[in-house]
Design a protein around this ligand. Structure first.
Ligand SMILES: [Zn+2]
Length: 304
């Protein structure tokens, strides 16, 4: 199984268009210890021929161009067989609309995520211009099903694991919270290798722990280092936990949990532009290194 991180930033990217924080300013000015990142997404394939996007980020067009394995092989073509939506956030779904060029795709989504996209949303009609343009496959927490794309079976299975999250901001007041609003995606190949893609996780759960203990690689929520990361900058009154992200640092942070997991690769993604781990040499970054945890960058590859 091959996994390629297409984008490693949280919603907004790094730099974010309206952000003048130290990291965003540093990236714009070409600071040697900082690098730009597009919004979180990954591509996965068992055979190197058919690929699946894990989330469709607003940056999907540039992400495809940056990875030759996703380029068309004929006049009209794509090696992308499908898209797996781990939640209904704008930064996880907007790319679906960018991929609207009448190309058959299979979309895997929970009922809550599918309804959030298809109800109250005239733009979805551009994805349904003709029958068979998009095929919606339902993700149900706890079910293991073969991952099948527009080009047929992938050689992978997919399991959705419900993890604590939140209703997307644009659906607050329109849709009730559901356990399958936010999913960790477990992918397994025929050789018994597995990877978990979990870019947004609000808290520990026993099932996530169980899956993580047997996974070869875990790509995990690295959005914030501190719970008060945004409030201390005066950017919002909401803490990391209020925004459904488990912060990395401190005695209750996810880093201590990640450090004791046996996975061969533990990689943080969906990193907010304010996060100090983006700076090579920052003490927070050294804490990760000591814990055996990597910071994803756009283009990072995992081979299992
Ligand atoms: Zn910033």
């Amino acid at each position: 199984m091959h996994l390629r991180v297409l984008g490693s930033a949280a919603g907004g990217g790094s730099p974010q268009w309206n952000c003048g924080c130290a990291n965003c300013v540093g990236i714009r000015s070409g600071h040697a210890l900082l690098q730009a990142r597009t919004q979180a997404s990954a591509a996965v394939s068992a055979d190197g021929r058919q690929w699946f996007l894990l989330a469709a980020s607003p940056d999907v067009r540039a992400q495809i161009e940056a990875f030759p394995a996703l380029h068309p092989r004929r006049l009209r073509d794509t090696p992308i067989g499908g898209v797996v939506l781990n939640n209904g956030d704008v930064d996880a779904c907007l790319g679906l609309f960018i991929l609207r060029e009448d190309q058959p795709l299979v979309v895997y989504a929970s009922e809550a995520v599918e309804r959030g996209l298809r109800e109250h949303n005239a733009l979805t009609r551009t994805l349904e211009r003709r029958p068979g343009q998009l095929t919606w496959n339902r993700l149900r927490a706890g079910e293991v099903v073969p991952l099948v794309g527009a080009a047929g079976p992938s050689g992978l299975t997919i399991e959705a694991v419900a993890v604590p999250g939140t209703v997307p901001l644009h659906l607050k007041g329109l849709a009730a919270a559901s356990p399958d609003d936010n999913l960790a995606i477990v992918l397994r190949d025929a050789h018994g290798h597995s990877v978990i893609y979990a870019p947004t996780v609000a808290a520990h759960t026993p099932l996530l722990e169980e899956r993580a203990r047997t996974a070869d690689a875990l790509v995990f929520d690295g959005t914030f280092f501190r719970d008060d990361e945004l409030t201390s900058l005066g950017l919002t009154t909401r803490s990391a936990r209020d925004m459904a992200h488990w912060p990395l640092g401190g005695p209750e942070g996810s880093l201590r949990w990640l450090a004791q997991l046996p996975c061969r690769r533990k990689i943080l993604t969906h990193i907010n532009n304010t996060n100090p781990i983006l700076r090579t040499g920052a003490p927070e970054r050294d804490e990760l290194t000591a814990a055996g945890v990597e910071v994803a960058y756009d283009g990072l590859e995992v081979e299992l």
